[in-house]
Design a binder for this molecule. Structure first.
Ligand SMILES: *Cc1c(COP(=O)(O)O)cnc(C)c1O
Length: 384
C-alpha cells in the first residue's frame, strides 16, 4: 500500500476554476484574487484580507505593518516552522524565544508574562542590539490548534505590544468560538499543498488595521501605493502577488473549507481511536479552549524510553513516510551561530522536538490507509 505523507484534496471544481482563468487574458491581479480575499473576510469578519504568494511573504509583510524596525525585540517560540522566525530576521528584528506548553506546543502564556516583565532574562547570548526595545509578540497556532490567545492578548495589550498571529497551520480552527487568525492584530494563513486548503503556493493576511492593510497591499505589489502608475513606486516593495490561477484554485477550496476540515477531523479520529491504545504512543492533545481543531499534521509522541529516530527509520523501511516535527528553531545552524543558543535552553521545545513524529495525514486518506499505518506503528513499537 502506497501512502503519501500528505495530499491535497482537489475536485473537478478546482480544475475547472483554474482552466477558466486560463481561458482569459487575466493571469495576475484580476477578479480571482479579490474573490479569494473576500472568502477570508466572510470567514473571519475582519475588514481586510490580502492574498500573497506564500505564508512566509504574508508574515514578512506583517512585520512591516506592525512597524517593526531593525533591532526591535519580538517574543515568539522556537517550536515552529522556521518561517515564523525568519520573517523577523528578514528585517533584522530580533526574535526572543520563550518555551512552550508541553501539551499543545503553543506559546506558554505564563512565560510570556514573565518575559514581558523582564525581557533581559530571555535574551539570547549574542546578536541583540544594545538598547533594543520589546515591540511585539508572535505566537504560532501549532499543528492547527490556536494558542491561548486570551492570556497572550491580555499580556500584549497591557504592554502595548503588537500581536502577529501565525495561523499558517490553523485555517478554520476556532478558539472559544473565535476564528484563528483574528485573535491578534494580524493573522496569516498559508496554502502549500500540505495545508488545509491549497493554492499550490500562497498565503493570506487578515487584519482590521486600515493603514497596515494599505501598506501591505503596496508592498506586495513592488511598493506601488494607491495612485502610483505601473512604473512609479512609493516604497521599497516586493513581488508577493498571488497569480489568478492560484487564487481561483484557492477560492474554490475555500468554498469547500467546512467539508475539507470535517474530512481531516474524521481521519484524525480514526488515528486517535487506534493509536491511543498503543503503549508508548501519545496522541495529540486538544485543549478545552479549542472549540474546533483544524488538523494540519498528525503528530504522535513516543515515550522517552523509545527512540523516535529509530522508530522513524523502522516506519520508513516499512513504507510509512514520517517526519520529525519540529526540529526546534534555536537548534538550526544559522540561528545557533547568530544568537549563541545551546542545547538545553528550551527544554520543553527540545523534548517535543525529540519525541514528535508526524505520520501520513490528509483529508483524502481512507480508513484502510489509517488502519495500515497504525498496524505498522503497533508492530514496530512492540519490537522497539
Ligand atoms: C506553512 C507555514 C508557514 C508558511 O509557509 P509557506 O511555505 O511560506 O507558505 C509559516 N509558518 C508556519 C508555522 C507554517 O507551518
Amino acid at each position: 500500500m502506497h501512502i503519501p505523507m500528505s495530499s491535497p484534496d482537489l475536485t473537478d471544481a478546482e480544475r475547472n476554476a483554474v482552466l477558466a482563468v486560463l481561458n482569459t487574458p487575466h493571469l495576475s491581479m484580476g477578479g480571482e484574487i479579490k474573490k479569494f480575499e473576500q472568502t477570508f473576510i466572510d470567514l473571519t469578519g475582519l475588514k481586510h484580507a490580502i492574498g500573497v504568494n506564500s505564508g512566509t511573504a504574508g508574515l514578512h509583510l506583517c512585520v512591516h505593518a506592525a512597524g517593526l524596525k531593525p533591532g526591535d525585540l519580538v517574543i515568539t517560540t522556537p517550536f515552529s516552522f522556521v518561517a515564523s522566525t525568519n520573517a523577523l530576521l528578514f528585517e533584522n528584528v530580533t526574535p526572543v524565544f520563550v518555551d512552550v506548553d508541553p501539551l499543545t506546543g503553543n506559546m506558554d502564556p505564563a512565560l510570556l508574562a514573565d518575559a514581558v516583565q523582564d525581557v533581559s532574562k530571555y535574551l539570547p547570548r549574542k546578536g541583540v542590539m544594545p538598547g533594543a526595545q520589546l515591540k511585539a509578540v508572535l505566537p504560532i497556532d501549532v499543528f492547527g490548534q490556536p494558542a491561548d490567545m486570551d492570556r497572550i492578548g491580555a499580556t500584549a495589550r497591557a504592554n502595548h505590544l503588537k500581536i502577529i498571529e501565525d495561523s499558517c497551520e490553523a485555517l478554520g480552527a476556532t478558539y472559544k468560538g473565535r476564528q484563528a487568525g483574528t485573535l491578534g492584530d494580524y493573522g496569516i494563513f498559508a496554502f502549500y499543498p500540505n495545508k488545509q486548503i491549497t493554492t499550490g503556493e500562497g498565503g493570506a493576511i487578515i487584519t482590521d488595521d486600515d493603514t497596515g492593510a494599505d501598506l501591505m497591499r503596496a508592498l506586495r505589489n513592488q511598493g506601488r501605493a494607491p495612485g502610483d502608475t505601473w512604473l512609479s513606486h512609493t516604497y521599497l516593495g516586493y513581488n508577493y502577488r498571488l497569480d489568478e490561477m492560484s487564487a481561483a484554485l484557492g477560492a474554490t477550496q475555500m468554498q469547500r473549507l467546512d467539508e475539507l476540515l470535517t474530512k481531516r477531523d474524521q481521519v484524525a479520529g480514526w488515528y486517535g481511536e487506534r493509536l491511543a491504545e498503543i503503549p508508548g504512543v501519545e496522541v495529540p492533545y486538544v485543549a478545552p479552549e479549542t472549540t474546533r481543531m483544524s488538523w494540519f499534521v498528525y503528530v504522535i509522541k513516543f515515550d522517552r524510553k523509545i527512540s523516535r529516530d529509530e522508530m522513524a527509520r523502522r516506519l520508513e523501511a516499512r513504507g510509512v513516510p514520517v517526519r520529525p516535527y519540529f526540529i526546534p528553531i534555536h537548534t538550526q545552524p544559522y540561528i545557533t551561530e547568530r544568537f549563541g543558543y545551546r542545547e538545553g535552553d528550551f527544554p520543553i521545545t527540545e523534548d517535543l522536538g525529540a519525541r514528535g513524529l508526524a505520520v501520513p495525514f490528509s483529508g483524502v486518506m481512507t480508513e484502510e490507509q489509517v488502519e495500515y499505518v497504525c498496524k505498522i506503528v503497533r508492530e514496530e513499537v512492540t519490537v522497539a
